[in-house]
Design a protein around this ligand. Structure first.
Ligand SMILES: Nc1ncnc2c1ncn2[C@@H]1O[C@H](COP(=O)(O)OP(=O)(O)OP(=O)(O)O)[C@@H](O)[C@H]1O
Length: 253
């Protein structure tokens, strides 16, 4: 059964004198525990889809269901991870991680222990009392990941979380995110411009076209690739053939 369903979703943006049809007739499902990527040219509506799924923005028409309930009525717990980490520079790493629970007045001893355990899992237990400016970009994104996971979200929305990092750090972080999301059996939607990253991390890849944003094709990543860590997927004999098919779809007019 589907966990998240988008059915004939359309979205229009209206500004003063401007009207943009950002999404046209978008339909797809995501199963619980599934990792799905959205890939497509700039402006095809990837971030708009994430804003709608997060409940931040109301779509113009169509249905968005989570656990069979309209998104507006579900007690949606969303984890958002963005290109920028948005850590508070005046708070320690541990306090940054605890921001979600502290907003909900839920910083119990158990939650603190969980935060420390997660920081340990991402190799950052030694910096929990330091402040964000003393950390590298990759370390800061690992903090952002922990801050996202601590609230135990139903679904994680990853909006180009690796795109500001150097290549080596990006590859390492892809493996770490993949490992943790699988360990905690999280459902995730990743927005990316990187075909390799989409193949390496996902169960399925939704390729979109622009003007207006529509689904061009949905690719199932072969099971042999899904069972590998992202770094190793790129060396798998089946990697190049799916890369070529996605590339061809992206370049269709
Ligand atoms: N707040 C807004 N007001 C008006 N138009 C908007 C707004 N946000 C996005 N758009 C337009 O909607 C379309 C989809 O934008 P969106 O940011 O969702 O695309 P995207 O695929 O995420 O792009 P990118 O890959 O460049 O991040 C674009 O034409 C964009 O200009």
């Amino acid at each position: 059964m589907s966990f998240l369903t988008l059915e004939n979703v359309t979205h229009h943006y209206f500004n003063k004198n401007n009207y943009t049809k950002a999404l046209n007739d978008i339909s797809f499902t995501v199963k619980e525990g599934e990792f799905v990527s959205l890939l497509g040219p700039s402006g095809c509506g990837k971030s708009t889809i994430l804003s709608i799924v997060s409940g931040i923005m109301k779509h113009t028409s169509g249905k968005v269901l989570l656990d069979n309930k309209p998104i507006t009525e579900s007690e949606l717990a969303i984890g958002y991870m963005l290109q920028q980490d948005y850590l508070f520079p005046w708070k320690t790493i541990l306090d940054n991680v605890l921001i979600g629970p502290s907003i909900h007045h839920n910083v119990t001893q158990e939650v603190k222990e969980k935060a420390k355990e997660l920081l340990n899992e991402v190799g950052l237990s030694n910096v929990e009392h330091q402040y964000p400016p003393s950390l590298s970009g990759g370390m800061r994104q690992r903090v952002a990941l922990v801050r996202t996971l601590i609230t135990d979200p139903k679904i994680l929305l990853l909006d180009e979380p690796f795109s500001a990092l150097d290549y080596q750090t990006k590859l390492k972080l892809e493996d770490l995110v993949f490992k943790l999301l699988h360990a905690y059996q999280k459902t995730a939607i990743l927005v990316t411009h990187d075909i390799g990253e989409a193949i390496a991390m996902s169960d399925r890849i939704i390729v979109m076209s622009a003007n207006p944003g529509e689904i061009a094709k949905i690719f199932e990543v072969p099971i042999e690739l899904r069972n590998e860590m992202p770094f190793l997927v790129r060396r798998h004999p089946k990697y190049q053939s799916i890369f070529d098919k996605v590339w061809e779809e992206l370049n269709k007019k």
